[in-house]
Each structure stands twice: as structure tokens, then as C-alpha cells.
Design a binder for this molecule. Structure first.
Ligand code: SF4
Length: 408
């Protein structure tokens, strides 16, 4: 059984080499250079890299944070490399979010904060507001904190070393690799979900790719593959291959530049790989959002520094009321948590919001405050929320309250 192993001729690289693979319960020989060899470049390796880079030049998506691959670029030259600030912003946005969603957000963001200095000078609420709708708001706060650190400690220059990048808030190994290879032309690997899927299939990795030892091996494999010349293009080529051709589920092997050497394709396992560990089912919880009105204004509060939607604003929301609370419990909660006496709340509507780990049923209530004095937060008319960053469930809750106002 082939473990985490190199069995193709692409790099002559061996982890745990066995010249046989199991296909439908039967062992199959992988002949010649596919059985592995020494950990070094070969003519085969260079040819495969060229094939992949040629495919990328032809098929790459022209995205606003990219430059055309290889155009007039001398190895190590910063000419023609994308702006490191654009790479940093795009990589922060692309974590957990699809390219198609990110494009418009990226354009608006770099329009509003055109340099690292402009981002560092901005206030956090403005940055969160620009991020509104992208989700995972910690990314925005980390990016903002990283910009301030870059201005303070690196004279406004985005570092070109992996170690310096890793010391910045929110920058992990993947982002550091993307910036150093794509923006600075250094021979540094990247492994994201797309790269992991391509490498797992290409090399016939049958262990779960989201376990620590396999992740470590994927980084080693990626580090071996990335060339000295055009490392940024190469890394992007592998990621693009994962996004466009070697997709989750059933890959389009007929359009793949490495199909000839791909273990999974050769052995009929392409759609069975990569293997992932089973994730726990999302936890079901209920949040009660209370739109408290005083005159024409509603109370908004800021969420705490830590946790889900940290530092975003919201209509006050009770997250830990047991069972199916009625108006009396909500009155008591408002008194206790907000220092606010309210008339008995009325239930307006509800919806479900899914996060990575939780399935949240939102119940939306409305109530009238007896006074607006001595409360935490801000009283705002619903038409004057432009400067308050609001997560998606809150925009839905506000829309429900607006619709209720019309019909009430
Ligand atoms: S041949 Fe198929 S499975 Fe292999 S890397 Fe290409 S698309 Fe993925």
C-alpha cells in the first residue's frame, strides 16, 4: 500500500516508496521512474514544471491582485511582481472565501485603503465596515493590526522574510509563503486546500490530509517542487490547477497538464482522494435578537473583543437563554444585561444562519424601551447605520424589523 508517497516521475521524490498501489483491492505496479528515486531535480521534473507553467500562462484567471505570469520577469527581480500589499490583502480575504466573492471586496478595499499606511491610519470600525459581508471578521482586525505593525516596525515595507511575516497578526505559513514567493520571487512553498488536494492526488496520498503528520509532509513535498525560477507563478499554477481542474469531487483529468504522471488518475482513485477526517456536526444553538425601540431609534451594542463577530455591532442578542423563553424572560434579560426596562417583547420572525461550527436559529423580537437613559450602546435610526459594522445575521434582523415597521 502506498502511503504518503511519491510514485510519479515528476520529481523523483520518495517519502515511503512502494512500487505498488492498491486499486479496487488489487495491487498494481507503477513502473519505471514512477517508483520513485532520489530527492533531487531531474530533467523529468523540469519538464513537468514547464508543462504546468505553460498551462498556467494559458489558463490563469486575470484577478485584480495578480499580474500576468512570467511577463518579462528576471528571476529575483521585483519588476512585474504584484504589489505585496495587494497580495497581503487578497490572501487575507481569500481565507475561507471564494475568489468570485472576493473580487469586488478587494477592489473596494484597496480603493478605500490604497496603501499599507492608509490602512494603518484607518480606525478599526472603518476597516470592519469595509469588510462587512465577507465574514470571519477576525481577518479584518488582524490585517489592520498587521498594517500598524508593518508601519511601526518595518517602516511601512511589507517584510520579505518568512520569519518577519510570521510575527505579524493573522499571518500564517501559507500567507507568508504566498507573499514571499508571489510578491518577492523567493523559492518558498505554499500549501492551501487546493494545493493539498492536487498533491494528495498527484502523489497518491491515502492518509487524511488534514492531520498534522500529513500536513507536514505536504509542506515538504511542496517545498521540493517549487522552483528557483518563477516560484510565485509556480505556486499560483498549482493553486489554479486545484481551483479550475483538479476540483473537489470529480476532477477534469482530461484537461490536466500533469495527468500522465498523476498517481490518482493512473490508478483510478482521483475522485476518492483526498481523504479528510470526519468533522463533528455543527452545534445547534438559538440566539434571541431584541430590537428595542425608543421613539424612532433602536439600541445597538458592540460585541466583545473575543469570540464570534468580535467588535461588530448588533441589536442586543441573548445567546444563552435556555429552552423557549417568553417575553418575561427577555424583559428580565434586558434589565440584567442592558440596564433597560422594556414593555413585553413581541416575536417578529426568525431565520437560520450557518457558521463553520454552529447552526444558529435566530429569533427576532421587538419591544419598546421605557427610557433610553443609562444604557450601554448607541440609539440609532435604522436608516443611519452606515458607520456601524454589522455581520450578516444582523442585516437580516434589521431588514425583518424594517419590514415589520411597514406592516405594523
Ligand atoms: S490528473 Fe486529475 S487527479 Fe491528477 S492532478 Fe490532474 S486533475 Fe488532479
Amino acid at each position: 500500500m502506498v502511503g504518503v508517497g511519491e510514485v510519479c516521475g515528476w520529481s523523483c521524490l520518495v517519502w515511503e516508496v512502494d512500487s505498488r498501489s492498491v486499486v479496487n483491492g488489487k495491487k498494481k505496479n507503477i513502473s519505471g521512474d514512477r517508483a520513485g528515486g532520489r530527492l533531487e531535480d531531474s530533467g523529468v521534473t523540469r519538464r513537468r514544471r514547464r508543462g504546468l507553467l505553460g498551462w498556467y500562462r494559458k489558463h490563469f484567471r486575470a484577478l485584480p491582485w495578480r499580474v500576468e505570469p512570467g511577463r518579462g520577469r528576471a528571476p529575483g527581480s521585483r519588476k512585474q511582481h504584484p504589489n505585496p500589499y495587494h497580495v497581503l490583502v487578497s490572501e487575507a480575504m481569500l481565507q475561507q472565501t471564494q475568489v468570485a466573492t472576493v473580487i469586488d471586496y478587494f477592489k473596494r478595499f484597496v480603493d478605500e485603503f490604497s496603501t499599507i499606511q492608509a490602512l494603518a491610519d484607518a480606525d478599526e470600525q472603518g476597516v470592519l465596515r469595509a469588510w462587512q459581508g465577507l465574514g470571519y471578521y477576525r481577518r479584518a482586525r488582524n490585517l489592520h493590526a498587521a498594517a500598524r505593525r508593518i508601519v511601526e516596525d518595518h517602516a511601512g515595507q511589507i517584510p520579505d522574510s518568512v520569519d518577519a511575516l510570521l510575527s505579524l497578526p493573522g499571518v500564517g505559513r501559507y500567507t507568508a509563503g504566498a507573499i514571499t514567493s508571489i510578491a518577492y520571487g523567493q523559492r518558498v512553498p505554499v500549501v492551501d486546500g487546493n494545493v493539498a488536494r492536487v498533491l494528495a492526488r498527484w502523489h497518491g496520498i491515502s492518509e487524511a490530509v488534514d492531520t498534522t503528520p500529513v500536513i507536514k509532509k505536504l509542506w515538504q513535498l511542496a517545498g521540493h517542487h517549487v522552483p528557483k525560477s518563477r516560484p510565485g507563478d509556480f505556486n499560483q499554477a498549482v493553486m489554479e490547477l486545484g481551483a479550475l481542474v483538479c476540483r473537489p469531487g470529480v476532477p477534469d483529468c482530461g484537461a490536466c497538464p500533469v495527468a500522465r504522471d498523476c498517481h490518482a488518475h493512473q490508478t483510478g482513485q482521483a475522485s476518492a482522494l483526498p481523504v479528510l477526517t470526519k468533522k463533528a456536526a455543527p452545534k445547534k444553538v438559538t440566539h434571541h435578537t431584541l430590537a428595542v425601540r425608543h421613539g424612532r431609534r433602536y439600541l445597538f451594542v458592540q460585541r466583545p473583543e473575543k469570540g464570534l463577530w468580535s467588535k461588530m455591532w448588533e441589536l442586543p442578542t441573548a445567546e444563552r437563554l435556555a429552552g423557549r423563553p417568553g417575553g418575561d424572560q427577555l424583559c428580565a434579560w434586558a434589565d440584567r444585561q442592558l440596564g433597560l426596562r422594556i414593555d413585553s417583547p413581541r416575536r417578529v420572525s426568525g431565520f437560520t444562519h450557518q457558521t463553520t461550527h454552529r447552526r444558529i436559529d435566530f429569533v427576532i423580537w421587538t419591544a419598546t424601551a421605557k427610557s433610553s437613559m443609562n444604557t450601554k450602546g448607541e440609539w440609532r435610526a435604522l436608516g443611519r447605520l452606515n458607520d456601524l459594522p454589522l455581520a450578516k445575521p444582523q442585516t437580516r434582523a434589521i431588514a425583518a424589523i424594517q419590514a415589520d415597521e411597514i406592516t405594523d
